[in-house]
Design a protein around this ligand. Structure first.
Ligand SMILES: Cc1cc2nc3c(=O)[nH]c(=O)nc-3n(C[C@H](O)[C@H](O)[C@H](O)COP(=O)(O)OP(=O)(O)OC[C@H]3O[C@@H](n4cnc5c(N)ncnc54)[C@H](O)[C@@H]3O)c2cc1C
Length: 341
């Protein structure tokens, strides 16, 4: 059988924060047809709560889940065509994101190297339009296939259908909770050029004396930078960046820049300015702070960590404290990035 059903499954080893919780029902699906069948099963279709689970690296589990979890563990990696600008590669939702980036590089299909070492599955990458080091998935995305939960039908989503934004897509908005993504088709540029302007990438290349970087050079710089800056979830539970970088209008930016001349901001094409949430949190005194079993990472203020034995409620309480302090000090509302379950 292509899907399996378990009861009372422990979710703690399945989320990168290492937060406790058990799922009443847990369906594992190894193929698209298994997902189509599974979503029609009463245990899933009539469940009080439903969760599609990838690698569990962007979740805050708040306790037992009295519903049905569906894990699409669909494998697959195939070149499926080309456009005028790109090679198209279809990848199964259950493939690991980093392993896919590395494999593409090995197969001389560069283009995703800036997104190396992001944990999680390929199927989750479009959900929040993953991004890092000057690149977002949207620049390398062609289309995806997803099973509609209400009907069990397989649907195609074009690039436009996904309505990508900063850590955002239609799957966090109008289509939230309605689809299981089964395959993602990536678009790797036929004429590759490095994305190397991001400060950490430029610095890493300069330190290595590289002036004309290959995709492999960028991959290695990104991996080394991430290893130096971000805690490894296997050692210290976390979900990566806990807050999105807030974007403010020009008048608000002018006010903040006048009050805090050293504030960090990145002008956007639409005239607004993206603030560095890490800077706001650091200046609010949270960097390296510990509060019981949870804390703010000592090297990266955007990352909340589980020092061992934390519960989801403690993570959310610390997050709330940070949001209120940043709001009081800067008049800026931080928005959480991970999904609360
Ligand atoms: C150390 C660390 C570093 C990180 N760095 C980055 C970074 O640089 N940039 C970045 O953007 N993110 C980053 N993240 C966040 C995370 O890795 C990404 O959001 C990743 O895409 C989540 O994948 P996942 O498979 O673990 O998703 P999960 O955590 O399992 O799920 C996340 C959301 O996607 C939904 N989902 C998952 N799979 C599917 C599917 N097949 N179909 C439909 N819905 C689905 C879930 O229901 C949930 O709502 C980081 C996390 C960690 C722990």
């Amino acid at each position: 059988m292509a899907f399996s059903l378990e009861t009372d499954r422990d979710l703690q080893p399945l989320n990168s924060f290492g937060l406790p919780g058990r799922a009443a029902q847990f369906l594992t699906c190894n193929s698209v047809s298994a997902v189509r069948e599974a979503v029609r099963l009463p245990v899933f279709a009539r469940a009080e709560r439903r969760l599609v689970l990838g690698g569990g690296s962007n979740l805050v589990i708040t306790g037992d889940f009295a519903g049905c979890v569906l894990a699409p563990r669909i494998a697959g990696f195939a070149r499926v065509g080309e456009t005028a600008d790109a090679w198209l590669v279809e990848v199964g939702a259950g493939e690991g994101w980093h392993a896919t980036v590395a494999r593409l590089l090995d197969e001389r299909l560069p283009g995703l190297e800036n997104l190396a070492l992001i944990p999680g599955s390929v199927g989750a990458a479009p959900i929040q339009n993953i991004g890092a080091y000057g690149l977002e998935l949207t620049s390398r995305f062609h289309s995806l296939q997803a099973v509609e939960i209400a009907t069990g039908e397989l649907r195609s989503f074009s690039h436009a259908d996904c309505r990508f934004g900063y850590r955002d897509s239609v799957f966090k908005r109008a289509a939230a909770g309605q689809f299981v993504i089964t395959q993602v088709t990536l678009a790797l540029p036929r004429r590759w050029s490095p994305v190397a302007a991001y400060a950490d990438v430029a610095r890493g290349l300069a330190q290595r004396g590289i002036t004309d970087p290959s995709a492999r050079d960028i991959f290695e710089v990104v991996v080394a930078t991430r290893r130096a800056k971000l805690p490894d979830p296997a050692m210290l539970g976390n979900a990566g960046s806990f807050f999105k970088n807030p974007v403010v209008g020009a008048p608000k930016w002018a006010q903040l820049a006048a009050e805090h001349p050293e504030i960090v901001g990145y002008p956007q094409a639409d005239g607004r300015v993206k603030l560095a949430a890490a800077w706001l949190i650091d200046r609010s005194g949270f960097k390296g702070q510990r509060c019981g079993a949870v804390g703010v990472h000592e090297r990266q203020a955007l990352v909340l960590v589980n020092h061992g034995g934390a519960r989801g409620s403690e993570v959310l309480a610390l997050a709330q404290d940070i949001v209120e302090n940043v709001q009081a000090r800067f008049g800026v509302r931080l928005e959480m990035e991970p999904v609360v379950v």
